[in-house]
Design a protein around this ligand. Sequence first.
Ligand SMILES: [Fe+2]
Ligand SMILES: [Fe+2]
Length: 286
Amino acid sequence: MEALQAGATDFLPKAPQSVEMTVRLRNLIQLGAAVRKLNDRAAHLASEVAAATRKLGEREEEIILRLALAVEYRDNDTGKHTLRVARYSRIIAEQLGLPARLCRDIYLAAPLHDVGKVAIPDNILLKPGRLTDDEMAVIRTHATIGEKILADSSCELIQLGAQIAAGHHERWDGAGYPNGLKADEIPVAARVVAVADVFDALTTRRPYKEPMPLDVARDYLVENQGRQFDPACVEAFLSRWDEVVGIAAGPVATPLPKSGATPAPFILGATGSRPDLDRTDEAAAV
Ligand SMILES: [Fe+2]
Ligand SMILES: [Fe+2]
């Protein structure tokens, strides 16, 4: 009884007949082999499922980046803006103490914030110089259009992208667009990207303006926390200022896969003569 309780699967009476012993042993050996085979198969299947899941996740990320890249090409930019926005957003999300998975998802979905610009007519989106009020009203529709493009997805990452597209021009004080949401009514991912997006728009060169010095842009964020921006997001952003400076100054390497033909990925390739890449942010900021 003790042996059985300790895990023995069989036992033989004392002085077993040799034939009985042989048969019992053969059965046990076959049983052991079958169990090992089953375990091997289960482990193999588990590793295959894990690999397929990882592959799916990678494809999800790549498709999102390429969609964001397509939008940026309309703006004659090569993706540096969206990647910096993604990196700034990750810093903010991490410093806010959001769950690791959400930080990753905000990083991945942030590049979709301006996806609605695909629907803005060329004569407005590509117009050199300042926009009229009517033109600005058209360009502001990119938030709602972006949300529609990404809405109702069963993929959590795309759902987050829809929140970011819809809410990245909302303001903490409720004076933003498209819905005039205020404070916590604005999804946290959109509040995070709002800070990252405006900071990058301010600190990068446009044909009609020099880049704002980083310290001046930093002051702008501080002055406008609690008005334009969620104060917690601004504080989170500034708490890792050294990294922010590094991202602002550093090269932007493409996170796209290296293999295969990838024409003009994020850092390389086409340069455009297109002026301001996100003047909705300029307008919101200045
Ligand atoms: Fe925008
Ligand atoms: Fe932007």
